[in-house]
Design a protein around this ligand. Structure first.
Ligand code: UFG
Length: 339
């Protein structure tokens, strides 16, 4: 039987590369499209090594519709996953047009080309950022979306709206938006992981680089929040677990189970962990001492957010499996492999 093929746009990136591995292990064929603007071929090579499959890679900018069209002419696939977007919250405040252009144009081109070529299943990388600062924890998919606090967050809200409206207009099209909480960690093989460019903006890469001596000291942004230990709370989801949620979403559409046409799922563990808990957990699990200090609050930070993943558990048949300890160990193994 011919395998289903999935286009992974942004497949050389952090979550895209892990998802490609899980798709292949679940029996899908994959073609990766990536412009390598914030990713590296070593991720594609890592994927090939882990899976033993010579995954096709096409260097293309999804914002260039005519170039992107060539890929549709060349490859047959029925499903696509859209990871090809910019993701730094702070940068999006400095360069809003870059974010609106990259994130929205790439999605619109993908959706229009899929419609034109009769390819009907799309999974979209959304974010818990669409909830803003929630009034109640944990957040469910019915928790109201609040006004976005950054252009990045706004692109995720607008993208979700684009998909909702498109699926309404083109009922043959099916789309699932996965609202990621905080993805961390690396593949157990340590052959792929996060490759931040320059100074990491996110907590775990900063932690691992500090442990490795690349950064002198981790700043914990705020210890005076109204939380049990005063630091912010997040729902840290293992990247391999997160990758598996994409496979479940594709399975659901291929199996014709998403009757609603457009669906949204939270992808988190359901457990809130504070910054200080994570830092101490990293030290304990990996037997390393982290040089850290308490620093002022970071502008724009949400105090606390964690997921209610019940819908994904029940409808997608997905749940987070790796423990935080396993994930923090994988993050450290990956950092050490970069020496
Ligand atoms: N933090 C530190 N020190 C650091 C970096 C982060 O204390 O050096 C803290 C932050 O203040 C925050 C927590 O660690 O309390 C997590 O911060 P991250 O930057 O790792 O993640 P965010 O929750 O800010 O952002 C992430 C993704 C976004 C996404 C957002 C949704 O990076 O893409 O979650 O809330 F939109």
């Amino acid at each position: 039987m011919k395998k289903e093929c999935v286009l992974v746009a942004g497949g050389a990136g952090y979550i895209g590369s892990h998802t490609t591995v899980e798709l292949i292990e679940a029996g899908y064929d994959v073609v990766i499209a990536d412009n390598l603007s914030n990713s590296e071929m070593r991720a594609v090579e890592g994927v090939r090594k882990i899976t033993g499959v010579d995954v096709p890679f096409v260097q293309v900018d999804c914002c260039d519709k005519e170039a992107f069209r060539q890929l549709f002419e060349q490859y047959t696939f029925d499903s696509a996953i859209h990871f090809a977007a910019s993701k730094a919250v702070g940068e999006s405040v400095e360069k809003p047009m870059l974010y609106y252009r990259n994130n929205l144009l790439s999605l619109m081109n993908l959706v229009e080309l899929m419609h034109e070529y009769g390819r009907h299943h799309l999974v979209f990388s959304s974010s818990c950022t669409v909830y803003g600062e929630p009034d109640k924890q944990p957040v469910t998919e019915l928790t109201p979306r609040k006004e976005a606090t950054s252009p990045y967050g706004n692109t995720k809200q607008i993208s979700e709206d684009i998909l909702r409206d498109t699926v309404k207009a083109w009922p043959e099209m099916k789309a699932i938006a996965l609202r990621y909480f905080n993805p961390i960690g690396a593949h157990p093989s340590a052959l792929i992981g996060e490759l931040p460019r320059g100074v990491p903006q996110n907590l775990v890469p900063y932690v691992t680089q500090t442990a490795a001596g690349i950064r002198k000291c981790l700043s914990v942004f705020g210890d005076d929040y109204p939380t049990p230990d005063g630091s912010c709370i997040r729902d840290y989801i293992d990247v391999t677990d997160l990758a598996k949620a994409h496979v479940k979403a594709i399975d659901r559409m291929v199996g014709g189970k998403n009757k609603a046409g457009y669906e949204v799922f939270n992808v988190g563990t359901g457990r809130g962990v504070s910054v200080l808990e994570l830092v101490k957990g990293f030290e304990r699990v990996n037997g390393v001492k982290l040089n850290y200090k308490i620093a002022p609050r970071r502008a724009g930070d949400i105090i606390a957010i964690w997921a209610d993943p019940t819908l994904a558990n029940e409808e997608l048949g997905w749940r987070a499996e790796r423990t935080l300890d396993e994930t923090l160990a994988s993050a450290w193994r990956w950092q050490q492999s970069l020496k």
